[in-house]
Design a protein around this ligand. Sequence first.
Ligand code: PGA
Length: 240
Amino acid sequence: MEVKIFNDAQEIAVAAAELFTDIINNKNDAVLGLATGATPVPTYEKLIEAYEQGKVSFKDVRTFNLDEYCDLPKDDKNSYYTFMHENLFNKVDIKEENVNFLDGNVEDWEQESKRYADAMAAVGGIDIQLLGIGTNGHIGFNEPADAFTDESFKVTLTQSTIDSNQKYFGEVPMPRYALTMGIGSIMRAKKILLIATGASKAEAIKGMIKGGVTPKLPASVLNEHSDVIVMLDKEAASLL
Ligand code: PGA
């Protein structure tokens, strides 16, 4: 695990976007694992800038998002499908047919999990997976648990995650369930970039780096992956 500390979120965004741009420019049809949440937004802004400046094209890029809420229409303003289109896909030259999401509205999530795993395998796996981290150490929606998960599955969101994300839903109660790539799916990515900013992430980052590998802090599993970069701002790194 290579840990890099930056002054602020903007510096991280520049470095993260450069890493993605290099990977795409080396492999035009790169397979990107993408994340939602507030943390990756500045990185997506820098990627859009790079696209506008002709420094990168998403024409042949394939993407797989980490997770999606259940019981929310795909085009709801709070779906991750909408989030990704508003924050990246609608602003670059990616083809809609190359964009992949878990469908949180299926009846049979096990079949959906298999479909997603097969789709990832069919394109040769994920070249780089972008991750944020929850204040409880979750990655994707892999919440603290007694065992690490493998393929995508249906998760009951924890109160900590609901407390963090309810703000986006205003008065409407947010979904209680989501489909998420499992820890095994995430760990199969060839390269992983985890970004964390702000003091609220400091405890989870300390646990991930110093606390040993445990499903009680799901991000700690990344210590077992051979190619992980962690980009932190000073606040997220403050307890290291
Ligand atoms: P955030 O979420 O970027 O909105 O803090 C990160 C996460 O929960 O993975």
